[in-house]
Design a protein around this ligand. Structure first.
Ligand SMILES: *Cc1c(COP(=O)(O)O)cnc(C)c1O
Length: 387
């Protein structure tokens, strides 16, 4: 049977305006990180009201460079919520430090502050709260727990538009990092940004993202004078080329109207699924700020999850799993068996979660179709006894 409609998981909106911007970037002398990126960084500083912003070629490389700048390595522990994308743990592991997994609150799915306070010890160097699905963690509360000698790195990959008590990411932490990956609320295919109010950290970070070099390419010939460069520290390659940065300014101008659409779609789904709340669970909104509505996850009984995913896919509806609990992934459960039973809520959520399509150009017809398939095909399965 062919499905009457195809609803992709995500549909990007980059079009004529971005085509023009990318063509314009090709007329410039610098194809790598140059003046277009500098302009975007200044717009990001204004948007987030922070002292410093630096474009990077992914969240992952930006976060890796941040941890390198802070000197994270063997003997150090980095606390991350178990319910997150695996990149959070991978960057810690790559540096030879130890990821320590913290459970999440069963209602909001955000880092569990009580468990966090039990995990902090003299080896802890960084805690990495994740603003999961677009809902912000209370960073002030995290700071109260960890004090000033432990770095707070906000994983803001889902939370470009989010606020908590009117504050945006980057206000109270040591660094907040965004992702501009293909499906994120702002995207340039692959990319990201690091923001911070700590300018000393930032001067070092700018070197670390470019091999540790002291003078970046675009500054080497400033004012017609050649500036020599040195390498004062170890670095990686994490800068964003201007070709990709050129895709961002137009999206900054439309971000708030797109968020209104995301919110309306989330409300539509929530209202349509409300009467099934005993079998289809949704994360709870803590109500203390703006939700960026990056994803719309639902939770079903784990014994039916894979069946539900295949019904949606067969009906032409794109869906994904965000996320499996990181300590249950083979690599981590083998390497760190001590976390096999310490993040129960995260594990439970990860075994039953799946994300529905949510993007600004999703039409009413498409939303109604998704809900129709859930009511007619998914709900009957969920009311059968488990296997
Ligand atoms: C997408 C994502 C990342 C990784 O972003 P990249 O830009 O692809 O490196 C990190 N954390 C979370 C929570 C994400 O969703």
């Amino acid at each position: 049977m062919t499905s009457p409609l195809k609803v992709p998981f995500y549909r990007h909106q980059l079009g004529n305006i971005e085509q023009k911007a990318i063509s314009e970037s090709l007329t410039r002398e610098i194809l790598s990180s140059g003046y277009i990126g500098e302009q975007v960084e200044s717009e990001l500083r204004d948007y987030f009201k922070v002292n410093s912003a630096c474009l990077v070629n992914s969240w992952t490389n930006g976060a890796l460079a941040t941890l390198i700048t802070w000197g994270i390595g063997p003997g150090h522990e980095v606390i991350i919520p178990a319910m997150t994308f695996v990149a959070c743990a991978n960057i810690v592991e790559v540096l030879g430090a130890k990821p320590v997994f913290c459970d999440v609150d069963p209602f909001t799915l955000l880092i569990d502050l009580e468990h966090l306070s039990e995990l902090v010890n003299e080896k802890t160097r960084v805690v990495m709260p994740v603003h999961l699905y677009g809902q912000m963690v209370d960073i002030e509360a995290v700071r109260m727990i960890v004090g000033n000698s432990i770095y707070i790195l906000e994983d803001a990959a889902h939370s470009f538009e989010s606020t908590f008590n009117s504050l945006r990411p980057g206000s109270l932490s040591d660094a907040a990092i965004f992702s501009f990956y293909a499906t994120k609320n702002i995207s340039c295919g692959e990319g990201g940004a690091v923001i911070s109010n700590n300018e000393i950290f930032f001067d070092e970070l700018r070197q670390v993202i470019l091999h540790g070099m002291s003078v970046h390419a675009k500054d080497r010939f400033k004012g017609g004078v050649f500036k020599s460069w040195d390498v004062e520290r170890l670095g990686v390659k994490a800068n964003l080329p201007d070709i990709l940065a050129s895709l961002i300014p137009s999206q900054l101008r439309t971000i708030s109207t797109k968020l209104d659409r995301r919110e309306a779609i989330a409300q539509f789904y929530s209202e349509a699924l409300y009467k099934f709340s005993d079998i289809i669970k949704l994360p709870k909104n803590h109500g203390k700020g703006t939700h960026a509505r990056h994803l719309f996850p639902i939770w079903v009984n784990p014994s039916h999850r894979d069946k539900v995913v295949s019904i949606l896919i067969q009906s032409g509806i794109g869906c994904t799993i965000n996320f499996r609990s990181v300590p249950t992934l083979s690599f981590y459960s083998k390497k760190y068996p001590e976390f096999n039973n310490t993040c129960i809520e995260s594990q439970k959520w990860g075994e039953g979660v799946l994300s529905l399509p949510l993007f600004p150009t999703l039409t009413l017809l498409e939303m109604e179709y998704v809900v129709d398939v859930i009511i007619k095909q998914v709900v009957p399965i969920l009311t059968e006894p488990g296997v």
